[in-house]
Write a protein that binds this ligand. Sequence first.
Ligand code: DON
Length: 305
Amino acid sequence: MQRMLETIVADNRALTRQGQVARYIPELARIDPTIVGIAVIDANGQLHLAGDTQVRFTLQSVSKVFALMLALEDQGFDGVFSRIGMEPTGDAFNSIVKLETFSSLRPLNPLINAGAITTSSLIAGNSVEERFQRLYEYIGAIAGPERISFNERVYHSEKATGDRNRAIGYFLRDIGAIEGDVEDALDLYFRQCSIETDVIGLATLGRRLALGPEADPPLDGEILRLALTFMYTCGMYNATGEFAVKVGIPAKSGVSGAIMAAVPGKQMGIGVIAPALDEKGNSKAGVQVLADLSRSLELAVFAVN
Ligand code: DON
């Protein structure tokens, strides 16, 4: 396994030159674009590392999976899906266009920005601080509290420049998807995107999703099923179909260049970081690293051989 991971990282490092780090959040533009690192935790709980595994990075959109899980715990299925749809979108992660043209006037799914900002508005708590603390502890209980931290600089950088998300937030309140304070919902969303971890934390999060409800910490089986289903159908934005064909496992990307993947049938979790992104906002080298790994280990969930 070790040698295979090192070969896959080496084979794909050149791809980082074909991507670009996210520039619309100024603080993210400072990351080294040549980084490629991977952590795999296998069925026995054994950790395998290759490439640049020391680097810390923010979860960005990977956090949307856990915000959804906590919102489902707080509000139940109907409480969440009366406001947010379940359909993939062929549009960019931060697109506004379907909000006005789609007849139901709901964000299409919980993993695009519009859906995720709505999801965050559904997390319970008396203040934005308390709601964020609950989400932070929820993610920390799964990743291991020592594996996560909060990146103030990325948070302030995104909060200061996040005009498109702010536009989405106010639009969501206008159509009734969000009730209450929009700035609070946005603030929680910007904070959750700025939770920081490393590839081991990411692989630990992914592996927990691949295990049943009884593993540590215990999680509702139906909520785990929903998280994995949305990752599979919506986790890579408008490249989700191609990712399902080429890689075939539930995964969630973030504009930091992180990808968290879970392989339910094999009790495996994978964390990849490679900050140079493709034009759809997914890690350029990270996607190919996962494609190579999936082919080598036959990880695709619909493999029938
Ligand atoms: O909302 C944003 O723009 C970012 N904080 C998160 C977006 C993101 O990670 C999209 N991922 N590919």
